[in-house]
Design a protein around this ligand. Sequence first.
Ligand SMILES: C[S@@+](CC[C@H](N)C(=O)[O-])C[C@H]1O[C@@H](n2cnc3c(N)ncnc32)[C@H](O)[C@@H]1O
Length: 176
Amino acid sequence: MIWGIGLFIIAVALLFFFWFFPVFFNGIPWQPTDMKRVRRMLEMAEVKPDEVVYDLGCGDGRIIICAAREFGARAVGVELNPWLYFLALVKVWVKGLSRRVKVIFGNLHQVDLKEADVVTIFLYSHVNDLLQEKFQRELKPGARIVSYVWVLKNWKPVAVDSEHDLYLYVKNGAGW
Ligand SMILES: C[S@@+](CC[C@H](N)C(=O)[O-])C[C@H]1O[C@@H](n2cnc3c(N)ncnc32)[C@H](O)[C@@H]1O
């Protein structure tokens, strides 16, 4: 009995630790986007078949899976939480999408974005601030970014969906 309780406490502590620890890598803990918004994000970005969609901090992989299944995109997710990385990997595999969807275990700040046509982010304001220089340096002209909740400072979105709290930016588009 005592062993059971001890193991339970250790498991909960580990889950909490891995949920929280991306904060130490200029990130934020997991909070999934609802599927209605996920679809709306990809619609706003006008994702086309075979375009490359990156989700920075992909959680359980819902955005990259939706991009591949419903929009015919190729997709890459980056995730630092090992449990979520594994969950996303398993979901991609179970849905038979391993050829179209890649999940990278690592820090989103260190992944090269030059292949990306579309980037989706649901992070915090201070993380978006850090990413702006990276977007400027690495994204190709015409690449689109959709951010949930948090804006990109001093860049004017080309479209805003206030109902879903989504902001679309286009590199070298108006207001970038
Ligand atoms: C708010 S959640 C969004 C999850 C997913 N994109 C969605 O919309 O459902 C942020 C995710 O980013 C991951 N994350 C935070 N900081 C990260 C970092 N520096 N590198 C990689 N992943 C990170 C977290 O573990 C978490 O899964």
